[in-house]
Design a protein around this ligand. Sequence first.
Ligand code: T3D
Length: 265
Amino acid sequence: MSQSDSPVILSRTHAGVRTLTLNRPDKLNAANDALLLSLTAELRAADADAGVRVVVITGAGRGFCAGQDLGDVSGRDMTFTEHLNHTYNPLIRTIRGLGKPVITAVNGVAAGAGASLALSGDIRLWAQSASLIEVFSNIALVPDSGSTWLLPRLVGYHRAFALMALADRVRADDALKYGLCEEVLADEDFADAVQAYAERLATRPAHALKLTKQALNAAMTSTLDQALDLEAELQQLAGDHWEHEEGVTAFKAKRAPEFVRPEPA
Ligand code: T3D
């Protein structure tokens, strides 16, 4: 196990799982620039680290992320557009483009851009007490950080609009029903259950999952013809990789495949 701490993001790696914890608990992990830039840098470092197979993003304390730190806005020397392009947009692009699965482990309230962050993971695990609020309209802003793109794809235009217009809180059981998360886990041992889930994911074939993520991301905006073409191209890369040979060999030998190998020195 290794551990390194920065003021706003805590980083811990265990069994191939890197957990990045937003660490401004007294503000429900509201995002200032240091947090956003540091999280993006940590994600890129995790992508480049061969020892990391899965990344978990979670929050310290009772909140996941309350969105933009509203105490950090006045006197800012950037327009809204410049600020989004400097901070939130690179973060969301990094998560969606990361060559490794990202789990958003939503331990508490996720509001505003924090809601967008919660939705942006490949796998979204929620604690029973977690909730999501598209809170932007409370302060007369437009949903950002990808919410306008992702939420209607998950719940349809009409529910997305209602959630955005009224800023109603979505609690965990409804989130599961709406497809905003994959699993709801007990509060008491949430961190341990997330780690167990992530460790299971870390034993899966990393190269094949990277290509799967690439294909699914592209399919979100492609035609069937384009998806079929990309599948054919990526399947060649998967089929030529040792993971495929291992999977087939293991199947024939009636044993579990071993997809985790030490990296060559
Ligand atoms: O700037 C740009 O580039 C545009 C980008 C915008 C992206 C956005 O995210 S806009 C949306 C910004 N976020 C919000 O408007 C959410 C504001 N917070 C809330 O509505 C509520 O705090 C929650 C619904 C999230 C949680 O409510 P509750 O009752 O559980 O907690 P609380 O008591 O309101 O908050 C606890 C503390 O966290 C409190 O501090 P205190 O009084 O104990 O010293 C509160 O002020 C602080 N806090 C919560 N959210 C923020 C925050 N401080 C700064 N910024 C916040 N966003």
